[in-house]
Design a protein around this ligand. Structure first.
Ligand SMILES: Nc1ncnc2c1ncn2[C@@H]1O[C@H](COP(=O)(O)OP(=O)(O)O)[C@@H](O)[C@H]1O
Ligand SMILES: [Mg+2]
Length: 428
């Protein structure tokens, strides 16, 4: 079956520049230059009329510049992939172009192979996206409705240590929270090296990059299209595919995005990275629980203490920040090779909320097959401990005046999820 050609619109005020691009693109059978414009305004008009897949947009043009035109295009033709071009390749230019909604940036004149590769890659990204955002349903956007009594809980899984088990805990916690009638979202907040997708063997078509650019005007179809669904029914918001794509995610907007997604979920589990920055602090603020994941080592004790001191200085309620000790080996603790759980409890001034044993075989097996640990041997440690931790969270976060939430109650499928969870999580 012949692939559809990639339709390209060239916008540049210099005739020679347009012609050079047109000639180069004509060599490739999968490209079709559908139009050329000599200014920003004409470019916008032609893009609306011709609905190209790609617009190659010059930045400096006499009527309206490429940045303004790209901003305008994002509003009018959201399925078009703008590739900005400029002789100036400085970071500031690139930043402004990406902020305006450009998908990529080329310095002029672009090297031929780079031009081809960029056009193909952006077209591929846009194809997945255009399935999600067709210009038709723009007219009747389904807004993210907020139910009056809806309460959702954000759970931030954090560690000052890399490799402590944040992603292991976050993916398994989310999978264990997911049960009949409970809507759970797992968000990969490690924007550069997020690996939730790998842990759960998901191949996201779209990531946080696609949602964050529409954060001010989110609609339900876009959200549903971007979130990936795991076999368990758990929804996942994936991190950018390439580390350099983290640039496309303005971190200041991530908390706003999470806030908006709350209306659709009962639990949002955040797999954080090790940095405590403005984004992390804003996410901590909105969290019902922060799970501080530590391994029984001296550096973890030192960094854990520093992190707890910082978190405590934010004057959160005592129960908000909980200690999760991961990779605990009782024999090593007894022989004083590993630092004892009790030492952590004493230094960090709280009881361990969960103690997850070290189990190379089971955890590695799961990670390398892209399945959750809890998907196998649910009654065996560490799956059992991870499930117990999820159950404890559900119990803790259910309103106290209600009868204790048994898993039986949670699984009764006879009421719509929202109202049942409204009862369960009626207060934060
Ligand atoms: N309880 C555990 N027992 C054995 N291995 C573990 C355990 N928890 C995590 N690991 C392993 O440690 C590695 C790092 O875990 P990961 O969850 O990616 O850490 P982080 O997200 O904090 O960087 C993974 O390869 C995982 O298999
Ligand atoms: Mg991780």
């Amino acid at each position: 079956m012949a692939e559809k050609k990639i339709k390209i619109l060239i916008v540049d005020d210099i005739p020679e520049a347009r012609e050079r691009l047109q000639k180069l693109l004509a060599f490739e059978p999968d490209f079709e230059v559908v139009g050329m414009a000599s200014g920003g305004r004409e470019g916008i008009r032609l893009a609306i009329e011709l609905q190209p897949d790609i617009v190659l947009m010059d930045i400096n043009m006499p009527d309206i510049d490429g940045i303004t035109a790209a901003t305008e295009l994002r509003r009018n033709v959201p399925t078009v992939g703008v590739i900005m071009m400029s002789v100036q390749g400085e970071a500031e230019y690139i930043r402004r172009a990406l902020q305006a909604g450009a998908r990529d940036f080329l310095t002029k004149p672009p090297p031929t192979e780079e031009l081809y590769a960029t056009v193909r890659r952006v077209a591929e990204d846009m194809r997945s996206l255009s399935i999600l955002v067709s210009s038709e349903d723009k007219k009747e956007k389904k807004k993210l409705e907020v139910e009056a009594d809806h309460v959702s809980h954000v759970i931030a899984v954090y560690s000052p240590q890399g490799g402590a088990g944040k992603t292991t805990i976050a993916t398994n916690l989310a999978a264990a929270l997911k049960r009949e009638g409970v809507r759970v979202l797992l968000v990969d907040c490690d924007l550069q090296f997020g690996d939730v997708g790998v842990f759960l063997n998901l191949k996201p078509q779209a990531t946080i990059v696609e949602l964050i650019r529409s954060v001010d005007d989110l609609d339900l179809d876009l959200v549903n299209g971007v979130l990936v669904t795991h076999d368990s029914g758990l929804r996942v918001l994936a991190a950018p595919v390439r580390p350099e794509d983290a640039e496309y995610v303005p971190t200041a907007k991530v908390p706003l995005l999470i806030e908006k997604l709350r209306s659709q979920f009962d639990f949002i589990v955040l797999d954080m990275n090790t940095r405590i920055d403005e984004m992390a602090l804003a996410l901590f603020d909105m969290a019902s629980r922060i799970l501080l994941v530590l391994n029984p080592t001296l550096p973890a004790l030192k960094n854990g203490l520093a992190a707890i001191t910082l978190l405590d200085s934010l004057e959160y309620p005592q129960e908000k920040t909980q200690l999760v000790l991961n990779r605990v080996t009782p024999e090593l603790e007894r022989s004083k090779v590993a630092i004892a759980v009790s030492v952590f409890e004493q230094k960090l001034r709280r009881k361990a909320f969960a103690i997850i044993p070290m189990d190379e075989k089971r955890v590695l097996y799961a990670v390398n097959r892209g399945i959750s640990v809890i998907a196998k041997d649910r009654n065996q440690s560490p799956a059992r401990d991870l499930i117990t931790m999820a159950d404890a969270l559900i119990q803790d976060l259910a309103p106290k005046q209600e009868a204790p939430a048994s898993s039986q109650q949670l699984q009764t499928p006879d009421k719509p999820p929202a109202s049942r969870l409204g009862r369960l999580f009626g207060s934060r």
